[in-house]
Design a protein around this ligand. Structure first.
Ligand code: PAF
Length: 282
């Protein structure tokens, strides 16, 4: 496995692979790799000749007072995990390599990035879209793999790729969960043992809402209120619990068929997000 920190060297390697007619899959990450990331890599390996993983804790997607400086950096362990599953190259640029000048350009996707996490974390999705666009331009992959755990992020990236005609196919991969239902996340490592015990209730609230939606007896606004209350009783501070249309993340009506329920809640200092998809037959 090649470990590369500069853009020029990565481009040189990619050029050789392309000349040999090999297809390239890309998995962007911020490191601290868990089974969810490894699942993305395994899907990528099955669909391309070469797999590139990036590890870059992108400062521009963290707001003031968020966990940028605390975010777990575990490069050595990450490299060992990637080596063990035969990744071809890991790209680990410095901040200076990615942002050498005070750049004047940013990618901003309107509408789908404005509500939910976008409202709670102003500027977050501009940071994500900009760094992903830069990484796509550096790697120029045939396919790129993203987890459904960050459903709004996935929606933002799909919109960016469509709107800017970026020549990459986005492949979404279902969320990987712990055996008690908690979605895998690098931020789970912040939880105290007691909070870790409570954390699966977030997924529980989504499962309950899914049953109620399918049951068609309760107004969506009441389901949202009930589940927020449930989360508060379990010791969370819910940020939002939203029943949305899957294609544009706007509030779903009772007659919509393709739904995603998005939730974000704090437990102690840790902000967790999760979602579940629901298909409703009419
Ligand atoms: O999902 C993440 O880990 C990050 O938001 C991403 C896509 C690597 C961009 O920094």
């Amino acid at each position: 496995m090649k470990c590369i920190t500069d853009i020029k060297a990565l481009r040189e390697l990619l050029k050789q692979w392309r000349r040999a007619g090999e297809s390239i899959a890309f998995v962007p990450t911020m490191g601290n790799l868990h089974a969810g990331h490894l699942q993305l890599v395994n899907r990528a390996k099955a669909q391309a000749d070469r797999v590139v993983v990036s590890i870059f804790v992108n400062p521009t997607q963290f707001g003031v007072g968020e966990d940028f400086s605390l975010y777990p950096r575990t490069e050595q362990a990450d490299q060992e995990k990637l080596q063990a599953i035969f990744v071809d190259a890991v790209f680990m640029p410095s901040t200076e390599e990615m942002y050498p000048v005070n750049e004047l350009t940013k990618v901003s996707v309107s509408q789908v990035s404005e509500n939910h996490c976008g409202a709670a974390r102003p500027g977050h999705f501009d940071g994500v879209a900009t760094v992903v666009c830069k990484l796509f331009n550096i790697v120029q992959p045939d396919k790129a793999f993203f987890g459904e755990k960050d459903f709004q992020q996935l929606t933002v990236i799909n919109a960016m790729v469509a709107d800017l005609n970026l020549p990459v196919e986005i492949i979404s991969v279902p969320t990987v969960r712990e055996s008690d239902g908690l979605a895998m996340s690098s931020r789970n490592g912040y939880l105290t043992p007691e909070q870790r015990e409570q954390a699966p209730q977030l997924y529980q609230s989504l499962c309950t809402a899914k049953v109620l939606i399918r049951d068609k007896k309760t107004a969506y606004i009441d389901i949202e209120k009930q589940q927020k209350k449930f989360l508060e009783e379990q010791g969370f501070r819910p940020d939002y619990f939203s029943i949305c249309r899957r294609y544009d993340l706007q509030t779903a009506g009772q007659d919509d068929s393709e739904i995603v329920i998005l939730v974000a809640a704090k437990i102690g200092k840790t902000r967790l997000i999760d979602n579940i998809q629901v298909d409703v037959e009419h």
